[in-house]
Design a protein around this ligand. Structure first.
Ligand SMILES: [Zn+2]
Length: 392
């Protein structure tokens, strides 16, 4: 009686079957849709910011800088037949020569992040082989991929360290007082120069000051910024993983929390005692995993994105956060961890491979199909658009 109604049900049924269902190794559902939806929300915020900031940018004389790019045109035998030089955008700059965030471009890039996902099917499990990730800072889709990448990288570094040395990891948190959105940029400047000072002073950098007593043999440092919507304040802090000699806790080198407080206070030139926290790993056996977990944790979604704020407020806070984070090294390795990262050819996270987050090789003899999923705006989910049988 209602043929269209029935047809719709059939259509829905077919669509349901075609919706992406990805399960990880331990059988846990991988929620691609949720990440994509968060990224789309951030793209909306960036779009809002680009509109709101256009007048300010105009007044500050923000303009596009260009760079010359020469590309070679090759024939089939790879001989150069022509060279074409074009002018390409090298970013937005204000009149003082300071690079500023191109919110419009960010909005655009985030909007398309992860819209194309190609998987290979191995043993009924999906393995991502191709995707378009935007790598824009704060993008929830990319943060998630980066967190897995960091977990893998730090595990790899730690396994080399465990074989070569007898170091033990210590977790240190260095904080400053909460600050307003407007002050965040300046506070971060102080924190980063405080960090460099801490290294220069010899405590954290064995290489610079060999004659000085060095305690920390290697480190990983990540910046985390949390946001309190009740007070409208940011709380920036460094998470540091330090590697120390096994006898550190019993040696005269041992620094009490209070001593770290004073060191950090002096380095960051603070006029108050900052809160610092230092702790050991919970268990010695699982320390590699625990270290990797701590490193990974620093790459979770920016808290602000999950807060229930008015669109206006959220846009404003994201604007300050993005501006303050622009062109900062959010995480870094030092000492022996840096050396091993270089040996293992670990790239900067901004250049890291976010498709293969763990270098897992696919046994191609077991791969049966390539499945191509695309983000479908209409139903807000990933839908299978192409299936290719490899064995054919
Ligand atoms: Zn992204």
């Amino acid at each position: 009686m209602y043929p269209y109604y029935n047809m719709n049900i059939k259509n829905c049924q077919q669509k349901k079957e075609k919706i992406l269902k990805d399960f990880n190794k331990s059988g846990k559902y991988v929620n691609w849709r949720e990440k994509k939806m968060s990224s789309l929300r951030l793209a909306d915020s960036y779009k809002q910011i680009s509109k709101a900031i256009s007048e300010e940018y105009k007044q500050r004389g923000v303009h596009v800088r260009h760079k010359k790019v020469t590309r070679r045109v090759l024939d089939r035998n790879m001989n150069i037949i022509n060279e074409i030089t074009t002018l390409e955008s090298a970013g937005l700059y204000d009149l003082n020569g300071r690079r500023v965030v191109n919110y419009e471009k960010r909005a655009e890039n985030i909007r398309f992040c992860g819209s194309m996902l190609d998987f290979v099917k191995v043993d009924d499990k999906l393995k991502l082989i191709k995707a378009n990730f935007c790598k824009v800072p704060l993008c929830p889709m990319c943060q998630w991929r980066k967190s897995m990448r960091i977990f893998f990288e730090v595990s790899k570094i730690m396994s080399v360290i465990e074989k070569k040395y007898n170091y033990i990891p210590v977790f240190l948190t260095l904080t400053v007082r909460n600050c307003s959105a407007e002050n965040l940029g300046d506070i971060l400047d102080d924190m980063f120069s405080g960090w460099h000072e801490l290294m220069r002073s010899g405590t954290l950098n064995p290489k610079v000051n060999k004659e000085k007593k060095h305690i920390v043999q290697g480190w990983f440092r990540a910046l985390e910024i949390t946001y309190n919507d009740k007070t409208n304040e940011f709380h920036p802090h460094f998470h540091v993983i330090m590697l120390v000699e096994k006898n550190y806790f019993k040696s005269s080198d041992y620094l009490k929390t209070e001593e770290w407080v004073q060191l950090w206070r002096k380095s960051a030139k603070l006029d108050y005692d900052p809160v610092c926290d230092i702790r050991r790993t919970r268990n010695i056996k699982g320390k590699r995993k625990e270290v990797a977990e701590v490193a990974k944790y620093t790459y979770k979604d920016a808290e602000i994105l999950n807060k229930k704020l008015s669109d206006e407020k959220k846009t404003e806070v994201i604007k300050y956060l993005s501006g303050a984070l622009h062109q900062r090294r959010l995480y870094a390795y030092g000492g022996v961890m840096k050396d091993i990262a270089a040996e293992l050819k670990i790239k900067d996270i901004d250049k890291a491979d976010l498709v293969n987050v763990n270098d897992e090789k696919i046994d191609s003899s077991l791969a049966t199909m390539i499945l191509r999923y695309r983000w479908n705006m209409g139903i807000s989910n990933y839908v299978l658009v192409e299936e290719k049988n490899i064995l054919e």
